[in-house]
Design a binder for this molecule. Sequence first.
Ligand code: RB5
Length: 145
Amino acid sequence: MKNNNIIIGSDHAGFNLKEKIKKFLIENNYTVTDAGTYSTEAVDYPVIAKKVAEKITSKEYEKGILICGTGIGMSIAANKVKGIRAVVCSDTTSAKFSRQHNDANILCFGERIVGEYLAKDICKIWLETDFEAERHLRRVNLIES
Ligand code: RB5
């Protein structure tokens, strides 16, 4: 059975999309913890990225979602935390393979890049796709080492 506890975060540029994704996930039976930000007032995305990333490396959550203007800043920042494999996905194919081959544990995307409905599809496929392990496990372990 899949772990349905998700942690989500955004900066001001991703706030509106975060609110829509949060609602979508709750409607789809996920339990969602919102790590902020809580308004469109400007904040620094690395602060939110670190907060979410550390909740994953501490194993409080298996998976997280980070949204900023492009998804790029969030992914760069989150990947500084050892054990995080954050990916920027603006399409569903990348989202699927980032789980199957890379065991991505944080999904990032940008409110200025993807529309609401594509973002929902990206989240759905990313959350529902399992890591294939096998040969990919060796490669992921190489990243970690
Ligand atoms: C904020 O203006 C913007 O730089 C940020 O949301 C993000 O896109 C950075 O990568």
